[in-house]
Design a protein. Structure first.
Length: 277
């Protein structure tokens, strides 16, 4: 089988859907990843024969991808903030919108040697990105999942950054005060989980389910932020669609103010910046 024939098969096998808007491009990406080459090489040399073991892997990936399994679970890696991160079924696949959280955090006027806490770190993509961009920051990350911390640890090692990991629930395992707290906690209402795209439903339920209104863990963290933060500190949280007003109300009750709301490319208020009043 040639590369061109493999791409044609992939385009036919993959269904066009919300998760796969361009089957041809998706097939090219999967074949390149299975083969360990770049897509440009495939397009420039369509006559190249695909080795038997690569063909077998590619066909297996096509079948699993057509069934809704995330492409990044197949390849075991995902790009985020200009770096490749190890991902497994035990962690949430990093989303492009979460880069807005990183960007917002980097824009804040915090100390050059700030103490920064990433709550619910998962794959560690946020903590690693912040640590790489601000090497003088002391970045720590916490998660209640030992499996997630193992993935985060491997990403920390592969990118050569200094991030300290803690096992615990929200901020209970770490000692304050912190100059900056960042978090991308589960924020999807429980009743919406069954309606999520197939790809998203492959993520760990604990990384998605935010309770009845989607804000159970966010609410718990907001309540604890006055204890965690320095008086001049701040927090950056990713939230779900139409949750900004509810978050602002909870924050006010906890003695916090929403200093900024940041919209994503779709116009949704995706990130909020909070400060002690």
């Amino acid at each position: 089988m040639t590369a061109q024939e493999a791409l044609q098969i992939g385009t036919k096998v993959l269904p066009r859907s919300e998760g796969i808007p361009d089957p041809c491009r998706e097939a090219g990406w999967l074949l390149a990843a299975a083969w360990g080459v770049d897509e440009i090489t495939l397009r420039l040399h369509p006559e190249r024969e695909v080795p038997a073991e690569i063909e077998a892997r590619f066909r297996s990936w096509l079948e699993r991808r057509a069934a809704g399994e995330p492409a990044h679970h197949l390849t075991g890696s995902c790009p985020f903030w200009g770096r490749e991160f190890l991902v497994t079924p035990e962690v949430l696949v990093p989303r492009p919108e979460t880069e807005l959280l990183v960007q917002t955090a980097l824009e804040l006027p915090v100390s050059a040697k700030a103490r920064v806490l990433d709550v619910g770190t998962g794959s560690g993509c946020i903590a690693v990105s912040l640590g790489a961009e601000r090497p003088q920051w002391r970045v720590c990350a916490v998660d209640r999942s030992p499996a997630a911390l193992r993935v985060a640890g491997r990403n920390i090692e592969s990118h050569g950054v200094e991030v300290e990991l803690f096992l615990g629930d929200l901020g209970s395992a770490v000692a304050p005060p912190w100059d900056l707290v960042v978090a991308n906690l589960p924020y999807i209402p429980s009743s919406d989980l069954d309606r999520l795209p197939k790809e998203v439903r492959h993520d760990p339920p604990a990384a998605l389910d935010g309770g009845a209104d989607g804000l159970d863990l966010v609410r718990a963290l907001l309540t604890d932020l006055p204890r965690l933060l320095r008086k001049c500190g701040g927090a950056v949280l990713e939230i779900g669609e139409n949750q900004a007003d509810a978050v602002a109300t909870v924050a006010a009750g906890a003695g916090l103010a929403v200093a900024r709301r940041v919209r994503d490319t779709g116009g949704c208020e995706r990130v909020v910046v909070l400060q002690p009043v």
